[in-house]
Design a protein around this ligand. Structure first.
Ligand SMILES: [Zn+2]
Length: 124
């Protein structure tokens, strides 16, 4: 069964659901098709929690399309938790480009970010 996330509240739903069990949002096929783009758009959301959740879901989807926007967000944000979430997501996507970016982040100015980047690289 394919896993989706509600575009209204980002809770996990199944591909068969027509309506979100959590918030009641109507989930049409059209909604599902645009899902990845919506998540990428959510990276610009003003609420940190929404951004963090979008980053995490993009990792579960192994979204190659999200790599560039995630790298942009990483440079833009000064929130270390978002940075770490992005590194974990890039680890899930695991293309060469994603791994290169994690390796580069071992030189981050933020010690917590450096440590996580090192842990991921040592694990690969
Ligand atoms: Zn929902």
């Amino acid at each position: 069964m394919v896993t989706f996330f509600c575009p209204g509240c980002w809770e996990e739903i199944t591909g068969e659901d027509k309506k979100c069990h959590y918030c009641g949002a109507d989930i049409t096929e059209h909604e599902k098709r645009g899902f990845e783009e919506k998540l990428i758009n959510a990276l610009n959301h003003p609420e940190r929690e929404t951004v963090q959740r979008a980053v995490w879901i993009l990792g579960r989807l192994k979204s190659v399309k999200a790599i560039e926007p995630l790298k942009g967000l990483f440079e833009q944000t000064d929130n270390p938790f978002i940075k770490i979430e992005i590194l974990n997501t890039l680890d899930e996507v695991a293309t060469q480009e994603a791994v290169d970016f994690i390796a580069k982040s071992m030189n981050s100015e933020v010690s917590m970010v450096r440590r996580i980047a090192r842990e991921i690289i040592e694990r690969i």
